[in-house]
Design a protein around this ligand. Structure first.
Ligand SMILES: [Fe+2]
Ligand SMILES: [Fe+2]
Length: 238
């Protein structure tokens, strides 16, 4: 039987702390402090649709530079996101976002506008990492976004869970009507494991460990910045 890699437990501990600490940051606190109105929720759901599209591009770019077994992991992850889950009867994640928009009054045509400057800048930064960082750093940057949204890792729940609770509390929209938040609360618990599965075989040396942690820090720094920018824009809406 394959030996357990001791680096994995250490990486899990470090990245769990990184994910939990993000919720103490100014940007996360600011974002979560803004009371939701339908307009603010619609703004977030719209910008998030570009975030989700950019995730698909980033995973494809990470896959392009990664070894064969990593491409398999990514393919498995991306199938659900791009095609949906036929067995569970769940739509692809783009459609889930549009369905969630519909409950706050958005029409499909509302998803055709260009995104905000903040979303443009942050998605470009993520794409840059996915395309140009060494593959272990690049996959770590993408995986960290799932780790920081995993209700299995983040005490008090990830962003999907917390936005879901705010939509329920501030807008009276029960979680079962929030197609995207509800799904991400479930699947990101599993998705958060991907990096640790990858690390079993690929995080061996000190350099590997440093690549994995710096990728995670960089990916999450962009997300933190994006949430701060979203909060600022949302605050200006009524
Ligand atoms: Fe997703
Ligand atoms: Fe995910």
């Amino acid at each position: 039987m394959a030996q357990k890699n001791p680096q994995v437990a250490r990486l899990f501990k470090d990245l769990s702390k990184l994910g939990n600490d993000a919720f103490k940051s100014r940007e996360y606190k600011y974002f979560l402090s803004i009371p939701l109105t339908r307009k603010r929720a619609a703004y977030y759901i719209f910008e998030r649709s570009y975030f989700h599209l950019n995730r698909r591009s980033c995973w494809a770019q990470v896959s392009a530079g990664a070894p064969f077994d990593i491409k398999q992991h990514i393919w498995h992850h991306e199938e659900e996101e791009l095609v949906g889950d036929k067995v569970r009867g769940v739509d692809n994640h783009w459609v889930l976002g549009m369905k969630e928009g519909a409950v706050v009054g958005m029409k499909p045509a509302d998803f055709k506008k260009p995104p905000s400057d903040g979303t443009r800048i942050c998605t470009s930064a993520w794409s840059h990492l996915a395309e140009h960082a060494p593959w272990l750093e690049a996959i770590s940057a993408s995986c960290m976004l799932e780790i920081a949204n995993s209700d299995g890792i983040i005490k008090g729940g990830g962003i999907a869970a917390r936005v879901g609770r705010k939509m329920a509390r501030d807008l009276n929209i029960p979680l079962k009507q929030q197609a995207s938040n509800k799904e991400h609360m479930e699947v990101d618990i599993v998705h958060a494991n991907m990096l640790f599965e990858v690390a079993q075989k690929h995080v061996i040396s000190k350099e590997d460990y440093a690549a994995a942690t710096s990728g995670a820090e960089n990916g999450l720094a962009i997300y933190r910045t994006w949430l701060g920018l979203m909060a600022h824009d949302m605050e200006g809406l009524r």
